[in-house]
Design a binder for this molecule. Structure first.
Ligand SMILES: NC(=O)c1ccc[n+]([C@@H]2O[C@H](COP(=O)([O-])OP(=O)(O)OC[C@H]3O[C@@H](n4cnc5c(N)ncnc54)[C@H](OP(=O)(O)O)[C@@H]3O)[C@@H](O)[C@H]2O)c1
Length: 250
């Protein structure tokens, strides 16, 4: 059906990405998804497996997307990996892996799509995190990767003013997924059963909020409640008070 809209979601095998695929499929969009695992979920009409830490895999994924699905109306660059370790115990190879997926992949995928746009509008949503907005112990590498992504997108948004292309950033707060279990620790292994409970917004609520964001003209969207928004304002206005309150939290 020529009028069917198309979305490509990275990190669509589970968590927020899978929730997004389910939401857009319900809306009647054709959904294409990518992640490392060879088979995708039923929520993705087309599955393009790719390890997005690898530049050659990103190129292959974009080629496969354009060959098999056609030009996407919306691209959500969502694949991401957490890292939980003090700075002193962070192995350089783990920091590189985090930056390869959380920063280099969305940047490179956007460039690859832009190079193939041929006059067609490109609409990208980059999934960052509220962790990009303030420092927390054991999260330096993850937060830095998301902060780099956010500021890169903010810069690109300036470059794209007056062009048909659009980039937006969403900053989820806590969303109930297995992200903590998948996060890597100072030994380079996934936390798995060592992970603490991670409960917040449902993936369904998050997917609805991303879809609303995509329909709005605003560049940046914080997907969290009023207390988190207030805390971020406090961080910007009075960081010393913000951090003294944060340190009192258990
Ligand atoms: N959950 C939260 O509280 C939260 C808060 C703020 C921001 N975020 C951000 O939201 C995004 C999604 O998080 P989530 O909670 O849904 O995490 P998740 O449940 O751990 O899902 C991560 C997704 O990324 C894929 N992925 C991991 N490594 C990959 C690689 N090398 N190449 C391609 N795909 C890869 C995973 O699939 P495979 O394992 O099959 O590759 C999976 O589909 C991330 O960018 C995360 O940083 C999450």
């Amino acid at each position: 059906m020529p009028s069917t809209k198309r979305i490509w979601i990275t990190g669509a095998s589970e968590g927020i990405g899978r929730g997004l695929a389910a939401h857009y499929q319900t809306l009647g969009w054709a959904t294409a998804g990518s992640a490392r695992r060879p088979q995708g979920p039923a929520e993705c009409d087309l599955w393009i497996p790719a390890d997005l830490t690898q530049a050659t895999e990103r190129e292959r994924a974009v080629d496969a997307l354009l060959d098999r699905a056609g030009w996407p109306d919306l691209v959500v660059l969502n694949a991401g990996l957490g890292h939980l370790a003090p700075v002193a115990e962070t192995r350089p190879e783990d920091a590189e892996r985090i930056f390869a997926l959380n920063y280099a992949a969305p940047v490179h995928l956007t460039q690859l799509l832009l190079a193939r746009s041929a006059g067609r509008p490109l609409h990208v949503i980059a999934v960052s995190s509220i962790a990009a907005r303030f420092g927390q112990k054991n999260l330096a590498t993850y937060s830095a990767s998301k902060a780099a992504l956010t500021l890169w997108a903010e810069s690109l948004n300036e470059e794209w003013q007056g062009t048909p292309h659009r980039i937006q950033v969403v900053l989820p707060g806590v969303v109930t997924t297995d992200i903590m279990r998948h996060s890597i620790a100072s030994d380079g292994q996934a936390l798995g059963a060592r992970a603490q409970d991670h409960r917040g917004w449902s993936v369904e609520r998050t997917a609805r909020a991303v879809e609303r964001a995509a329909r709005s003209r605003r560049f940046l969207h914080i997907l969290a409640g009023p207390s988190v928004r207030l805390a971020l304002i406090l961080h910007d206005l009075c960081p010393s008070l913000f951090y003294s309150l944060l340190r009192r939290k258990p």
